[in-house]
Design a protein around this ligand. Structure first.
Ligand code: ADP
Ligand code: MG
Length: 248
């Protein structure tokens, strides 16, 4: 069986932040491939590097060691313009805090990525995306007039509207109650499945992680487990054997 194309490839990826005391290492020796259509949960304690992992996959931070490829583009070698284009055309992001533009209506927020990309049918596509997210009657509302769950639905519609191949969602239900969170996640899963979009989902919710195709656990900047399999970083052969066994 051939594997679906890899949308993200990290090879010994490392990230450190400068500080007055010197470089602070945050991610180390990350080897990871995310395949087209795969729904991957990222779990791990607070401060372990989950958001940093999302940031390197999204080209928001550049690796300080190893390599990061998205859609075959080496993010370490790509210039700012190329990374911006990749983010716009290929990647959608969803954050815990929604990050909508307060002065814009739901429709305008969702249309924004398409307007920036000069798509002629921006508002029509945004409207049908909002309808798919169950917000037909909220198109003209500004974020302040929407509930947290509705705001996150708008943010998800905005993330999917440009038909990205990769969605990066960093604790998207972190500010929502359990029931609202679950309905939002199922809408997001449905959308990802329908469009064959890869989804990387950072979550603290064990049952949510369980519902994903695959789980990785980050601890102190390293992948400690991959789908329940204990991954000793020094024993990378075992990881690759496990992955190819699963692929067959
Ligand atoms: P998580 O999302 O798992 O809680 P993060 O990726 O946000 O973890 O952070 C991992 C570590 O990197 C933390 O120790 C955090 O303080 C540090 N860190 C994150 N962003 C920065 C930054 N911009 N500058 C310096 N240190 C940072
Ligand atoms: Mg985080």
């Amino acid at each position: 069986m051939t594997l679906p194309e890899a949308v993200v490839v990290l090879e010994q990826a490392a990230l450190s932040y400068p500080s007055p005391e010197g470089e602070v290492p945050v991610l180390n020796g990350i080897d990871l491939q995310v395949r087209a259509g795969e729904i991957l949960a990222v779990t791990g304690p607070s401060g372990s590097g989950k958001s940093s992992l999302i940031a390197i996959m999204g080209g928001l931070e550049q690796v300080t060691g190893g390599r990061a490829f998205v859609k075959g583009t080496d993010l370490g070698k790509a210039g700012e313009a190329e990374r911006t284009r990749l983010r716009r055309d290929f990647i959608g992001v969803v954050f815990q805090a929604y990050h909508l533009v307060p002065a814009m209506t739901a429709l305008e927020n969702v249309a924004l990525p398409l307007v920036l990309a000069r798509a002629p049918d921006a508002h029509e596509r945004a409207a049908s995306m909002l309808e798919a997210m169950g917000l037909r009657h909220r198109k003209g509302h500004r974020p302040a007039a929407l509930s947290g769950g509705e705001q996150q639905r708008v943010a998800i519609a905005r993330a999917f509207v440009s038909r990205p191949r990769l969605i990066l969602a960093d604790e998207p239900t972190g500010n929502l109650d359990q029931k609202t969170g679950e309905s939002i996640i199922s809408a997001m899963f449905e959308m990802a499945r329908a469009s064959g979009t890869a989804l990387v989902l950072v979550t603290h919710d064990a049952s949510l992680a369980e519902a994903c195709d695959r789980r990785i656990e980050i601890e102190a900047g390293r992948i400690r487990r991959d789908s329940g399999m204990l991954v000793a970083q020094k024993d990378r052969g075992a990881l690759h054997a496990g992955l190819s066994a699963r692929a067959n």
